[in-house]
Design a protein. Structure first.
Length: 163
């Protein structure tokens, strides 16, 4: 009887395999030739469209003025927080706004800007570092801008001793 059970099991397996074979997709005809897609266009920047490698003479003045204006509003620690933040925040990049948003102005050591700032680094036309003196020492003001036509914004202030 075992022999008949084995034959029956083999027959069931064979029927299943044959049935599944009918589910397989039939071979399709070979694809016909089509025209190739045109190669992608490569755009190259126009001369002068990218940021310059160095600051123009006016950019030095604008960067120093932006740094001094931002630091002047930063060290105005006698203002109420809402007034202080309302004056200081427009000088900042979005990342700097997040970093300074919860600063207590009364904890700022400096109270007065004492000079017109000095450009200390300008690796390209969209970033600059300005050293600005205060009554508590010299701050380093890191500035960036999106393009040479955009305004300078403070990305970082480094306090005296760390500048």
């Amino acid at each position: 009887m075992q022999h008949y059970q084995r034959l029956a099991a083999a027959a069931v397996v064979a029927a299943c395999v044959a049935g599944l074979g009918g589910c397989a997709a039939s071979p399709s005809a070979a694809p016909t030739a089509t025209t190739a897609a045109p190669p992608p266009e490569v755009s190259t920047p126009e001369p002068g469209a990218s940021a310059p490698d160095t600051l123009a003479p006016d950019d030095d003045t604008l960067a120093r003025a932006a740094a001094v204006a931002a630091l002047t509003d930063f060290v105005a620690r006698d203002r109420a927080y809402e007034d202080w933040w309302g004056a200081f925040a427009p000088h900042l990049t979005p990342a700097a706004r997040q970093a300074f948003e919860f600063t207590d102005p009364t904890s700022i050591p400096a109270a007065t800007v004492t000079d017109d700032g000095a450009l200390s680094a300008a690796p390209d036309g969209t970033s600059a570092s300005v050293l600005v003196g205060t009554d508590a020492g010299q701050y380093r003001v890191e500035l960036v801008r999106q393009s040479v036509d955009a305004p300078w914004l403070v990305d970082r202030l480094t306090p005296p001793g760390d500048a």
